[in-house]
Design a protein around this ligand. Structure first.
Ligand SMILES: [Zn+2]
Length: 148
C-alpha cells in the first residue's frame, strides 16, 4: 500500500492541499477535478486511504456509493446536465493514476462527446460468454443476507 502521507488525495482530504470542495461528510469528500472532462466534473473519495475498489471494505464502498448519489443529484439540480457519467478506474490498466479510491462524476450534455464514451467494443466480445462469467452463484448477493 502506498504511504498515505504522500498520497495526493489523502493530503487533499487533510486540507494540506487546496481543493474546490463540493461536499464533505464523515466518510467522504467530493471536489472538482483539476483536469475536468466537463464543467462540473467532480471526484468523490473516501476520507480513509483505500487504494481501489478491490481493496475497499464494504462500509467504505457503501459510503462512497451514497455520497456519489447525493453529489450526482446535486449536480443535476444545480448544473442541469442532460446526463451524467459515473466512472471508477481500478488498477493501472484501467487508467487509474491516483491510487486512492475515487469516482468520477462527469455531467454530460447532448452532443458533448468529450469523455470517450462509449468506448469502442473489444475486437473479441461475446456478450453471452461475459454474462455467463458474471452471473451470480446462488450464494452471491450484493445485499447481505439476514440470518434465518
Ligand atoms: Zn490516500
Amino acid at each position: 500500500m502506498p504511504d498515505p502521507t504522500s498520497c495526493l488525495f489523502c493530503r487533499l482530504v487533510a486540507g494540506e492541499l487546496p481543493a474546490h470542495l463540493v461536499a464533505a461528510d464523515e466518510y467522504c469528500v467530493a471536489f472538482l477535478d483539476t483536469s475536468p472532462a466537463a464543467r462540473g466534473h467532480t471526484l468523490v473519495v473516501p476520507r480513509r486511504h483505500v487504494t481501489d475498489l478491490w481493496t475497499a471494505d464494504p462500509e467504505t464502498a457503501a459510503a462512497l456509493g451514497r455520497s456519489c448519489a447525493t453529489v450526482a443529484r446535486r449536480i443535476r439540480e444545480r448544473l442541469e446536465p442532460d446526463g451524467l457519467t459515473m466512472r471508477q478506474n481500478t488498477g493501472e490498466a484501467s487508467g487509474q493514476n491516483v491510487f486512492h479510491l475515487h469516482v468520477h462524476l462527469v455531467p454530460r450534455w447532448h452532443g458533448d462527446g468529450n469523455v470517450g464514451w462509449p468506448w469502442p467494443p473489444p475486437s473479441e466480445h461475446d456478450p453471452d460468454e461475459v454474462l455467463r462469467l458474471l452471473q451470480p452463484e446462488p450464494s452471491d448477493s450484493l445485499i447481505p443476507r439476514t440470518p434465518g
